[in-house]
Design a protein around this ligand. Structure first.
Ligand code: SAM
Length: 220
């Protein structure tokens, strides 16, 4: 049996990769990649010649058994996603699940993840936090979720898209107007920005562009 290596890759700055990740990407038989164009940039920078297999949300059902077969035939495969740590709010989760189900050894090559990168510089309590992944797309569901945060005693981290951030902030203004929040945008990239304050203050300052993490302070 081969090994499935779950390899964290940069969330922006291509220098944010470990020596072990580079060596693993060089040594495996193939790399399953969520975004082959993005991965090629990384492979070019580090002169990695390993072949890529595209593995993204629309082909996971057909690709997963193929990759599992390769692993069962003794091939070592690295899994990388668009950015950050695979399987954290991305299609990598499915392959890890299926590999473990098939008795295949899964090894982590840890590194960046947007949730931890954002939390580490947000200036909010990190003793206890919860990660909620992507926020619901519908305002009514978001408001319901924010209602539950009125009594939440842990810092709460969300992934959010630039297309919805202003509407999400409007919902927060309605439900948690006094709560401190932080938006961490474009982390490790040229326009990295941390905006914090009440939802109304953040809404007035934030540029709805690029990738972002939204963090909501605990209730006390
Ligand atoms: N698996 C990835 C990880 O470990 O970070 C997350 C994948 S998820 C599909 C992508 C989301 O992560 C984006 O929508 C955004 O919320 C967040 N994200 C990724 N890169 C980011 C960055 N450079 N700055 C801020 N947020 C980022």
């Amino acid at each position: 049996m081969g090994i499935l290596y779950v390899v964290a890759t940069p969330i922006g700055n291509l220098e944010d990769i470990t020596l072990r990740a580079i060596r693993t990407l060089k040594e495996v038989d193939a790399i399953a990649s969520e975004d082959t164009r993005q991965t090629k940039k990384l492979l070019n920078k580090y002169e990695i010649k390993t072949s890529l297999i595209s593995y993204y949300s629309y082909n996971i059902k057909e690709r997963t058994p193929q990759i599992i077969n390769m692993l069962k035939q003794g091939k070592n495969i690295a899994l990388v996603t668009d950015a950050g740590t695979p399987a954290i709010s991305d299609p990598g989760e499915y392959l890890v699940h299926k590999a473990l189900e098939g008795g295949i050894k899964v090894v982590t090559i840890p590194g960046p993840s947007a949730v931890i990168a954002a939390l580490s510089i947000a200036g909010l309590s990190t003793d206890k936090f919860i990660f909620e992944g992507f926020l619901p797309r519908k305002s009514i569901q978001r408001c319901r979720l924010f209602e539950q945060l009125k009594e939440e005693e842990r810092t709460v981290v969300f992934y959010e898209s630039p297309h919805r951030i202003l509407k999400t902030l409007d919902d927060l203004i309605g439900v948690l107007p006094e709560r401190k929040i932080v938006v961490a945008r474009e982390l490790t990239k040229i326009f990295e920005e941390i905006v914090s304050g009440t939802p109304a203050q953040v809404r007035a300052k934030i540029k709805p562009k690029g990738e972002m993490v939204l963090i909501v302070e605990a209730s006390n």
